[in-house]
Write a protein that binds this ligand. Structure first.
Ligand SMILES: *Cc1c(COP(=O)(O)O)cnc(C)c1O
Length: 437
């Protein structure tokens, strides 16, 4: 297939005159996989169209939000209507409680919530709230988990930070992260030891209940329940960062998917991505007595000029209404489609003698280029990232756009069907040859 990226290369050069690296978020620059990132002109359903007129099956879904496919008509319609009433008021609207009610229907553990404009803000504010509520300074997070780019959370943070091999970030003073304890994922004894070392000092444990930002890593049986039990025992809050997995693994996210084995919901939950239907929204929510610590009700300050933005609320309402309406059938379909892609490529890889470990939970998955099981960040880091880069470039050339890093999850949408599965497997057959050669 002859493919040209001339126009995208020009646009990249122009962007680099004004934007560091030509981007507004680092992984978009394709540094980990090489080549020019295609500039997107438009998208519909399962497809992206770039500035050179190339079409791709999209397997990164705007990094998660596009659960129902691009330009999903009810969401687009809702945004159009809201825009006509003016994009922002900075005053309360009925839509905020409307969306809140839908969020709560999906997430019964969220008794009260606050809307913000990004997952970063949701997690940053959750930490402040947990510290304010408990009066304790320390925080436990896990290696390879990404909770946005707030200073205190940029420690062994997965995602782009892992992609660029950074231990954290320049510009974050040691004093800012000295109360952040970064422990290996899926390792309960490490958490027990931290609680023993800092008695009554740990405010919260925050985690991705299914990791997506080191590539997909599922929790081992008993792990989430163990964290629920340890936090309860030590008076610390358990925070599920469901910014990526919320509404994706089930309408009620990871806490619904793992409800039977969890032993109780988390105290706080953060959401983002899907809840905004593609517009900037984050949610911080949980037990009412904790949430009421937020200003103006309580002493923990948190605010936002564009929080609860009417366009974003409208998009979120359309999105959650659609997925609630579709119900379990939606998640069954996503599961089937994603399994076909994951398993199809795993079989092709085996045919080519390539060792792949493919991790999947529902409609998110990662093909790790390693023969060994991946259950934490250390094992994910054993992947052959050069092989992944060759695979990524070849897939792109054959019309399939994967997330441009080994340490990111791929996402499937409801707009992906048999046709797209076929296109992906055809592309993979060719791309895997590029990996071995
Ligand atoms: C994407 C993500 C965030 C950050 O959300 P932004 O909207 O990019 O700020 C936080 N936590 C998790 C688990 C995420 O996947």
């Amino acid at each position: 297939m002859a493919i040209s990226w001339d126009r995208s290369a020009q646009l990249q050069a122009r962007a680099e005159q004004f934007l560091p690296g030509g981007v507004d978020s680092p992984v978009r620059a394709f540094r980990a996989v090489g080549g020019h990132p295609p500039f997107v002109a438009q998208a519909e359903g399962a497809y992206l169209l770039d500035a050179d007129g190339n079409r791709y099956v999209d397997l990164f879904g705007s990094w998660g939000p596009m659960l129902l496919g691009h330009a999903y008509p009810p969401v687009v319609q809702a945004i159009r209507e809201a825009a006509g009433r003016s994009p922002s008021f900075g005053a309360s609207t009925a839509a905020e409680a409307d969306l809140a009610e839908l969020v709560q229907r999906c997430y019964p553990s969220i008794q009260k919530m606050r809307f913000v404009s990004s997952g970063t803000e949701a997690c940053m504010s959750a930490i402040r709230l947990a510290r304010g509520f408990t009066g304790r300074p320390f925080l436990i997070k896990f290696e390879g988990c990404y909770h946005g780019h707030a200073d205190a959370l940029l420690v062994k943070a997965g995602s782009g930070v892992a992609t660029f091999g950074l231990p954290g970030s320049a510009g974050v003073p040691e004093q800012t992260v000295m109360h952040t304890l970064a422990l290996p994922y899926n390792d309960l004894p490490a958490v027990e030891a931290a609680f023993a070392l800092h008695p009554e000092q740990i405010a919260a444990v925050i985690l991705e209940p299914v990791v997506g930002n080191a590539g997909v890593i599922p929790p081992q049986p008993g792990y989430l329940a163990g964290l629920r039990q340890l936090t309860r025992q030590h008076g610390a809050l358990l925070i599920f960062d469901e910014v990526m997995v919320g509404f994706r693994l089930a309408a009620g996210g990871a806490q619904e998917l793992y409800a039977a084995e969890l032993g109780g919901p988390p105290d706080l939950t953060t959401l983002g991505k899907i809840v905004g239907g593609g517009l900037p929204v984050g949610v911080l929510g949980g037990r009412a007595e904790i949430m009421d610590f937020l200003a103006p009700q309580g002493p923990v300050y948190q605010a936002g000029t564009l929080s609860g933005n009417p366009l974003a609320m409208a998009a979120g309402i359309a999105m959650l209404s659609a997925l609630l309406h579709a119900g379990n059938q939606l998640y069954q379909q996503l599961d089937n489609t994603t399994a076909a892609i994951q398993n199809g490529v795993a079989l092709l890889a085996a045919d080519h003698g390539i060792a792949l470990t493919s991790n999947r939970v529902g409609s998110m998955f990662t093909w790790f280029f390693t023969p060994n099981p991946v259950q934490d960040f250390a094992s994910a880091s054993m992947s052959d990232t050069a092989a992944f880069a060759r695979f990524h470039r070849a897939m792109l050339k054959h019309g399939v756009w994967l997330p441009p890093s080994q340490y990111e999850a791929a996402f499937v949408s409801a707009a992906h069907g048999d046709r797209e599965v076929d296109l992906i497997l055809q592309a993979a057959r060719a791309a895997l040859r590029a990996v071995v050669s």
